[in-house]
Design a protein around this ligand. Structure first.
Ligand SMILES: O=c1ccn([C@@H]2O[C@H](COP(=O)(O)O)[C@@H](O)[C@H]2O)c(=O)[nH]1
Length: 233
């Protein structure tokens, strides 16, 4: 089932059972789900079948970053599992991203393909430590334009960069933003955060929300609060 909701709930769980327990409380008409490294490493592709069987569209967030041939093969494997969206690291470079895009086209696979710019857990000083002296916003812009020119459907960025990327890459270019923090939630390890309503106003096309829902005492109430914020309530 496809949904018009921008919400993508991150199922960051250590077991298939725990992830499915949460999925069974959610509605595929109201959100998509994200499977990341921890859950996929524990459960393997079985989790994708289980979520698809429940009617959810799935973002497989494995952030591939390797030589072009390896990434193209991994992207094909992900897309053949029927996932709605998959991603790579833009810092893997143009040839890597183009190889991934070409592989999807050659195989006639319609999975959306996006690239991570700068992780939302990072701030300027983290970039300096890995040898990037450019201001963080500039680095995000550089990687987003490279991603667009390499055939990506969009990027993972923080909501802080979304409006600038709207101008640079257009509204159709997907801006998938983690680091969504309702006023009642802790930032935790995230550094570039925004509320859901602010993010959509800034130009985010999709909002990734994990712990503010999955670790809430009342996950469904937390989700409803975010939905109400989005509908202006
Ligand atoms: O830059 C990025 C890229 C991916 N993520 C992922 O999003 C969720 C966020 O979860 P929260 O609990 O809402 O912080 C998580 O699965 C990350 O792996 C990201 O946060 N930032």
């Amino acid at each position: 089932m496809s949904t018009a909701s921008p919400l993508i709930i991150a199922l960051d769980y250590a077991s298939l059972d725990a992830a499915l327990c949460m999925a069974d409380r959610l509605d595929p008409a109201r959100c998509r789900l994200k499977v990341g490294k921890e859950l996929f490493t524990r459960s393997g592709p079985e989790v994708l079948d289980a979520l698809h069987g429940r009617g959810f569209e799935v973002f497989l967030d494995l952030k591939f970053h390797d030589i072009p041939t390896t990434v193209a093969g991994a992207i094909q494997a992900a897309a053949e599992q029927g996932v709605w969206m998959v991603n790579v690291h833009a810092s893997g470079g143009r040839r890597m991203m183009e190889a991934a895009r070409e592989r999807l086209e050659r195989q006639g696979l319609e999975t959306r393909l996006i690239a991570v710019t700068v992780l939302t857990s990072m701030q300027g000083e983290d970039l300096v430590e890995v040898g990037i002296e450019a201001p963080l916003a500039e680095q995000v812009e550089r990687l987003a334009m490279l991603a667009r020119d390499s055939g990506m459907d969009g990027v993972v960025c923080s909501a802080h960069e979304a409006s600038r990327l709207d101008e640079l890459c257009g509204k159709e270019f997907l801006k998938v933003t983690p680091g969504i923090r309702p006023s009642f939630a802790m930032a935790g390890d995230q550094r570039r955060v925004m509320t859901a309503a602010q993010a959509v106003t800034a130009g985010s096309t999709h909002l990734v929300v994990g712990r503010p829902v999955t670790q809430a005492e009342e996950p469904m109430a937390a989700l409803a609060a975010i939905e109400s914020e989005l509908s202006g309530g």
